[in-house]
Ligand binder design. Structure first.
Ligand SMILES: [Fe+2]
Length: 180
């Protein structure tokens, strides 16, 4: 898949970061900083894509690296739309380019019988973060009152896998104080 304009520049710098083969944690950090430097604008999507879908948040693959080493995806969320609680098959980085997203983190607790709340972040336009498994169980939702758009880069070809998700967690969630 070709990548027009500044998405091509982003793909070039991500390719260079991945080629350093420095491990997942450090790769996620390097890719997050390239994403921050070459942040795409919402105009990378068509008007129709930017409108979102009333049924659920939508994912658009913008770039798949031919060797499968990474892909760049845009997610479009109507207000209130959210992911399930999930983790990932590999490292990732994401940036909000429109609206506001709320991310909740969780850890497995009681030998995997339940989840423990492990913090939350509100990410507004321009906020960028990176993550690498393990310790990447989260849920993301559009916490604003307008459509939110975020750009996600994953260390795999999501067009082949269908998603960056490794596992969905349908477990009871305990507040953080339960571990005190
Ligand atoms: Fe995720």
């Amino acid at each position: 898949m070709s990548s027009p304009g500044h998405l091509g520049t982003l793909a070039t710098t991500v390719r260079a970061a991945v080629a350093r083969r420095v491990g997942w944690q450090e790769t996620a950090r390097l890719v997050a900083s390239e994403l921050e430097r070459h942040l795409p604008s919402p105009s990378i999507l068509t008007t129709e894509q930017r409108a979102g879908d009333p049924e659920m948040f939508r994912s658009h693959v913008l770039h798949s690296e031919p060797d499968g080493s990474f892909s760049i995806v845009a997610l479009v969320w109507r207000p209130g739309q959210m992911t399930r609680i999930h983790d990932h098959v590999t490292w990732g980085a994401f940036a909000v380019i429109q609206g506001v997203e709320h991310e909740e983190l969780f850890t497995l607790y009681e030998e995997g019988a339940c989840l423990l709340e492990a913090g939350s972040t509100v990410n507004a336009k321009g906020d960028v973060s990176g993550f690498a498994p393990p310790g990447d169980i989260h849920r993301v939702r559009n916490a604003g009152n307008r459509t939110a758009i975020s750009i996600h880069i994953y260390g795999t070809d999501v067009s082949r896998l269908g998603s960056s998700g490794r596992h969905d967690y349908d477990l009871p969630v305990l507040p953080a104080r339960a571990a005190a």
